[in-house]
Design a protein around this ligand. Structure first.
Ligand code: WT7
Length: 646
């Protein structure tokens, strides 16, 4: 349908862009023809203490998966994000902070940021944090979050950020898995005018986390907190008397930079491990090319640092490039639904990067809230996190961007570290809903269920045929799971878990996950995690969770629940179960629909047939496919007859 629409590159953008169409094609070709030469060249974009001579050492062979880039080089990531800018742009804004309350904002220059990072890094060292130790960051969107990340990087500690919306249980699991010794949090968070009890959540989580020796607390709201003597310290007290300089740790390119937990199709969330050199090269390069970033521009990524987008494209990429990175504490609809555009006008934002779910929600509010603010500063728009439907794309382009701003629809994953498939603003004609073409050095491959590579215009499972510097290196503490999850399904490839179509022009169209992962408002959830939360309830015998199309969230969470014999299927219990999951995992995991299921469709060997459950959730009863292998086909009729209408 929308495949025929080709939105040309605006003349003004093409002329001034870092790369135009011909240059993209040339560079892409050379990046694939001689990747080592290509990356040896671009690896120099960051400052090395000891320059690398080796470019890569990679194997995707399931018997011996290893991924190393620039591995005889040494560097410090915080030096690249701070020290090297001091001479040229010490007084330029690094972080432009916009608070939840529109009256609250702050400009932090590169020099300020450098000093804050050094002070906290010194304080961390004094508290006994050493190179390789894990530090958990559980903070709201305040500058201290970036300061904490960079302070870890400065002393070689590995940070593990947990999104502030996760429950104490989820926080505890993540702290335990990587045995963090220090947690940094704030008294409370502030979002949409509401307080979030972060310190209280930490206190609850730490009842089960013996590895944690210290909790550093940032005073954000001044709300009352409990203090554990000998464990809890105030951020402002431990940093007050520290020197504003701090000797950076010399790190090998392959020393870990951070762990970030993400949901998979089975089991508990896995700790995605990213290392230092390759990651920084890749995120700084993609930030510059994908957003066509020019010195002095105000760049705003609306993500939270709790997700990989915040790591790569609020902190590490932009700061490595000496950019002005806007950091927003609030939400799109507070104080009202024009907040994004009010901030764009106030700070003269040039590049704006957000998620389709936000666009769809704002689209419902009409054009007025957008148009009442001056958006003439905007040059480039971006989208990330889930497929953007052509309607939302067109609205974003026409209403927000006044038909003059290219949209970069960036496809990537926590695992990929940075953007892999994306338009470049000055080079790529756009198609609404398509992530378009691969970035330099990235070789996408579509395979069928048997792993045969498909050519031409086709649809299949999206794999990547070769490594890129930002690729995750392992699952923290479980290399076997890394190999199993990504390298054993299709031999010789990295398997993304996404389905994808390639059209006649070679453009890629991500169709969504092909595994048991769902994408709710751009947040990734494992259906298995929600199921295990549900069955932990004493009244639940069995549960099966699937995604279903949701107008705003992209996908909603649909749970089929079988109760323990004798329990009543009441609305009160439905509410109780939603609250139960919320408490166990966090608000983002709340089921949208719970259907009582006296039985679940199973094969004779007892396997739940999710394909059928998905179809019922999608309201597509005509397309159930073959149900003859079911142990009891009447189960399906009952589920169809009783499907709740949302
Ligand atoms: C999954 C990764 C990328 C950082 C935020 C999410 C989906 C992501 C797009 C896009 C279509 C997209 C994929 C992917 N996804 N970006 N532009 N178009 N789908 O990171 O939580 O690791 O989720 O998000 O399904 O596998 P994540």
């Amino acid at each position: 349908m929308s495949e025929s629409v080709l939105v040309p590159v605006p003349e003004a953008i093409a002329k001034a862009a870092l790369v135009n169409e011909a240059q993209y094609l040339d560079l892409y070709k050379s990046s694939i023809a001689d990747p080592d030469a290509f990356w040896a060249e671009h690896g120099k974009r960051i400052d090395w203490i000891k320059p690398f001579t080796a470019v890569k050492d990679v194997s995707f062979d399931p018997h011996d998966v290893h991924i190393r880039w620039f591995h005889d080089g040494t560097l410090n990531v915080s030096v690249n994000c701070l020290d090297r800018h001091l001479e040229t742009r010490g007084d330029q804004t690094a972080i432009l902070w916009e608070g939840d309350d529109p009256k609250d904002d702050a400009r932090i220059t590169y020099r300020d940021l450098y000093e804050r990072v050094c002070k906290l890094a010194n304080a961390f060292r004094e508290l006994g944090v050493k190179k390789g130790d894990r530090v958990c960051i559980y903070l709201p969107m305040i500058p201290e979050a970036a300061v904490a990340m960079l302070a870890c990087a400065r002393i070689g500690a590995v940070h593990s950020i947990v999104f502030g919306g996760f429950s104490p249980d989820s926080l505890a699991n993540r702290i335990q898995d990587s045995e963090c010794t220090l947690v940094i949090t704030s008294d409370e968070g502030l979002r949409g005018g509401r307080k979030v009890a972060l310190k209280k959540n930490v206190d609850t989580a730490l009842e089960h986390c013996p590895s944690v020796k210290t909790v550093v607390v940032v005073k954000r709201t001044g709300g009352a907190i409990d203090t554990v003597e000998g464990r809890d310290v105030w951020y402002h007290e431990i940093t007050a008397n520290q020197p504003a300089e701090c000797q950076p740790e010399e790190m090998n390119a392959e020393d870990p930079l951070f762990i970030l937990y993400t949901s998979g199709s089975t089991g508990k969330p896995k700790g995605v491990l990213h290392t230092s050199g390759g990651y920084l090269v890749y995120v700084s390069m993609t930030h510059e090319y994908v957003f066509d970033y020019k010195d002095g521009e105000v760049y705003w990524c609306t993500a939270d640092v709790g997700w990989v987008t915040g790591h790569s494209y609020i902190v590490y990429g932009p700061l490595a490039n000496g950019a002005i990175s806007l950091m927003f504490e609030g939400v799109p609809n507070y104080p009202d639904v024009s907040r994004f555009w009010q901030v764009v006008e106030k700070h003269k934002v040039n590049i704006f990067y957000t998620a389709p779910t936000a666009i769809r929600a704002l689209m419902r509010e009409g054009e007025e809230p957008v148009k009442k603010h001056d958006r003439s500063s905007l040059r480039i728009l971006g989208s990330v996190g889930e497929p953007i439907n052509p309607e939302a794309w067109t609205w974003y382009h026409r209403v927000v961007g006044e038909d003059r701003c290219p949209i970069v629809d960036t496809w990537w994953q926590t695992e990929t570290g940075g953007i892999l498939i994306t338009p470049l603003p000055g080079a790529t004609k756009l198609k609404p809903g398509s992530a378009t073409l691969p970035f330099f050095g990235v070789e996408p491959v579509l395979v069928d269920a048997e792993g045969n590579e498909l050519s031409g215009a086709t649809e299949g499972n999206l794999c990547i045929a070769r490594s890129w510097p930002g690729q995750m290196r392992t699952v923290y503490g479980d290399h076997e799971r890394f190999v199993q999850t990504y390298f054993s399904t299709y031999k010789g490839y990295y398997f993304t878990g996404d389905g994808c179509r390639r059209d006649e022009d070679g453009y890629y169209w991500i169709t969504g996950r092909v595994d048991d992962v769902i994408n709710v408002s751009g947040h990734r959830m494992g259906t298995a995690e929600i199921e295990s939360a549900l069955v932990a309830h004493p009244k639940v015998a069995e549960a099966a969770v699937v995604g279903f199309p949701h107008d705003i969230k992209g996908q909603g969470i649909y749970a089929y629940v079988t109760l323990v014999a004798g329990e009543k299927e009441t609305d009160a219990l439905r509410k109780e179960l939603v609250a139960w999951v919320r408490k166990d995992i966090g608000p983002i995991a709340s089921p949208d629909i719970i259907q009582w299921a006296p039985g679940l469709p199973k094969t004779r060997s007892g396997k739940i047939m999710r394909r059928i459950l998905r179809k019922i959730a999608e309201n597509e009863f005509g397309a159930l496919g073959d149900t003859s292998t079911l142990a009891d086909p009447t189960v399906v009729e009952d589920l169809i007859a009783n499907r709740p209408q949302a």
